[in-house]
Design a protein around this ligand. Sequence first.
Ligand code: F6P
Length: 310
Amino acid sequence: MEFVGFRDGWRGPLENDSRPLGIDEVRGILPRGGTILGSSRTNPFKMEGGVETITANLASSGCDALVAIGGEDTLGVATKLSELGVNVVGVPKTIDNDLSGTDFTFGFDTAVNIAMEAIDRLHTTAESHHRVLVVEVMGRHAGWIALHSGLAGGANIILIPERPFDIDKVCAQVKSRFATRYSPIIVVAEGATPAEGTMELLTGETDAFGHVRLGGIGDRLAKEIETRTGEEARAVVLGHVQRGGTPTAFDRWLATRFGLHAAQAVHEQAFGSMVALRGTDIVRVPLTEGTDELKTVRPELYEEAEVLFG
Ligand code: F6P
């Protein structure tokens, strides 16, 4: 969870660091990904006294407002804190792009570009060795990264959590691709599941937010395809590579504009709101609009891409 505190100016995040956080501290962060404050994804509502500690720390440090920057978990916590009377403004930031109320979250475009570049590279080696390459990307509940990177990278099959897949159909598409003397690239979101529920994919472990730790759909799929088609199939799991490195121009543009509008929202005491992108405009929506319901891939968007499969 990334929280930035506002006071007379900005304040340093470190204990005993009373220097006002000014232009020097934020200068040069545009090309940096990850957390700047050193925060991490934790759930204060699952920790004994977590919420009390937050409210006490905010009061004692004289913070007027919190800008919560994150995805469904961070902004879910921010929404609850807001309901408890904390002055919160939300900023939608997640590679998953699955927050409602905004057309795009920042971080998404960078992850898509990383995945696209990987798919580009995999095409040549797949052709050289006449193999099926399965690329597993992030996306627990929503297939946005898979859909966008798969289309951008020219994948032959894209599998997303919103649409349980038919393994027979996937194998038929693999064969038809080989029949045209090209090697298939399959992009699969980590949360994709087979329609029949025949392949056990979950590890059983859960994280602080109760999410089941997903385990290896890419590998399972590659093995299944190899067994069923007789074609050599390998899996590449992009994992946290998608969350690293330097942000794209689009993400820098979006994050900068979100930041400007979040500061303005604090200035105007528009607490309990989230800044959001609608078309090319930045608007304010209630925090709950961003977090009540996940934004998943609409069926018609997937069907549009499906025309290119096989
Ligand atoms: O929400 C961002 C995200 O990268 C998801 O795409 C992914 O399912 C999850 O976080 C992974 O979380 P962790 O790094 O805690 O395993």
